[in-house]
Design a protein around this ligand. Sequence first.
Ligand code: MN
Length: 704
Amino acid sequence: MGYFTALKGELVTYMDDQQIERTYQAYVFARNAHRGQKRLTGEAYITHPVAAARILAEIHMDVDSIMATLLHDVLEDTRATKSELASHFGENVANLVDGVSKLKKIKFDSHAEEQAENFRKMVLAMVRDIRVVIVKLADRLHNMRTLSVMRPDKQRRIALETMEIYAPIAHRLGMHDFYRELEDLGLKARYPMRYRVLSDSIKRVHGNRKRMLREIENNICEALSRNGLSQGQVLGRRKNLCSIYKKMRFKKISFNDVMDVFGFRVVVQDVDACYRVLGIVHSLYKPVPERFKDYIAMPKANSYQSLHTTLFGPYGIPIEIQIRTDDMDKIAENGVAAHWRYKAGSDHAKDAQLKAVKWVQGLLEMQHNTASSLEFIESVKSDLFPDEVYVFTPKGDILKLPGGATPVDFAYAVHSEVGNSCVAVKINKKLSPLSTPLINGQQVDVVTSDQATPNPAWLNFVVTSKARSNIRYYLKCQQNTESIALGSRLLTLALQKFSKNFADIPKEAMQSLLKVLGYKNREELLEAIGLGHQTASLIAQRLLYGLQIEYTEDNTIPALYIKGTEGMVVRFAECCRPLPGDSIIGQSNPGQGILVHMAQCSKVSSLTYDAKKIIYIRWEDEVAGDFKADLVIEVANQRRVLALLAGIIADEDSNIDNILVDPKDGQHNKVSLTITVNHRRHLAKIIRQIRRLEPVVKVIRTKG
Ligand code: MN
């Protein structure tokens, strides 16, 4: 029996004697075929297929898969032939072994091409029988476990392939135990130092927390048995090392923050019990709002089912709890491989199987659509990482971005200067909005301009931290300069009220006021005025205190003239959308500068008596920029009326920002438009043109 004994120990737990005998025959065949061969570890070669078969026996894979795993290297490394295998062990086993065997007789130009061609062959075999990939994963897992005897360069190559292809495939197939171990071993082989440091830190943390973990575990167990659920299992969950590493690295979360969560899994008999457990833990510890997820009612794409909730544990420590049935747990851990365990029964397992088959069929389709096997393996890789998109620069370089990334993220990924000066983008040569989420394979060409600056609205759609931090930083600097400039103008106006100017302020008065108010220098004070934290007229009075001051006749501060280029510290209210030419009034908002309303806006009237908040403003003669205006147009329900409206607006050099059509009754439509104009006169001209249209009944500009 020899090496077979340990494997048999697993098989007897779920196979009948006849199946075990067939497995034994496969073992004997493989042992004889590999006779004389040794692994790099110095052991007999047969130990490898036996160990791989044992990995699958532990998750109760069927007899064909176990036999195929025992035989998986005989076609590649010995003289045995496929027809020999078929006659001894049947077509299924022979096909499985053939599916995982590499192409032998072809000479490849490069290692990458060879890898790609072999991968393509495996995918084609998977389409016929998905077990091919399960056998392959067991083979790979055992090779990864014994990787350290290989040459360092080979170790790195195999580890990379594992992390790029096999670990994500295991993940896709829901085989999470495999996935986690493959990833951890891959990380260990590629970055041994990082692995060691992280693994030591994790051990230390777990040592420190043992007592608390046990306390929580006991509390949950007791609560379950008080409620008659004593068969339920409560298990402390550990994050795998690689997932901790990835969180720290890609989400920029510190080790302590990643580790600062305690995870538990509660496994019970049936679905009903799952929801009861949920109620029990929620009454034991307070749940964190909006962290509850019901993947039992709504399973994930890979058929994963579970209830997830997060609780405020003792000392405020967050506890993540997964609650599921035994079946769900097996599928959660073994995914598609659980199918063979529950051949007759479980619908969930069947579902996982169907989804896996669908995915493989998708791969087949991809295979047909790609010109070469290299291209194919690249598309499989990007398909396996749905969280990443690969796009091209105009020069053909590939850039990897997180899912949902936009052209602005792309621009910042190229260079922060490109990001700061981007104005438009061509995606596959077509001009597109900067907020368009990018898709795999697109060519992205950013258009930049020297005058361009980052737009605060970008913060609403960028996803990379690089873009976000660059935009924030720029805006912060920009806002400083703009608010200092505005503060200086406001203070100048306030001083004018007393017929004074900056030069009249006594040095000591400035110094002592800065000290009293806690500002380092004059710029800080001006910035505070610009941002609305300080009121210009009060500051002026305090600065001039003790001087001979005269009041001007009307006793009000002269108006501030604005020209539309003040930037972020002067903004225009959305409620009334004032236009150049309208009479306007400013509202000072601490921290945000001035918000400009129309003088008759209903939101302003309540403020009019709060002198500190009101700033009198006027338009300069020449105002720059585009302003938004809202129109409501009542039109007869005729064809082409919208096209006529759009035509007029375009002819007048205006843009439609938003359009909403509300059918009032059968005869009339109410069209609400937001358009851009540069002046009240501009809008008036457009309204006149619209009124002339025959189907138009009424046009009004709405103001809040
Ligand atoms: Mn092997």
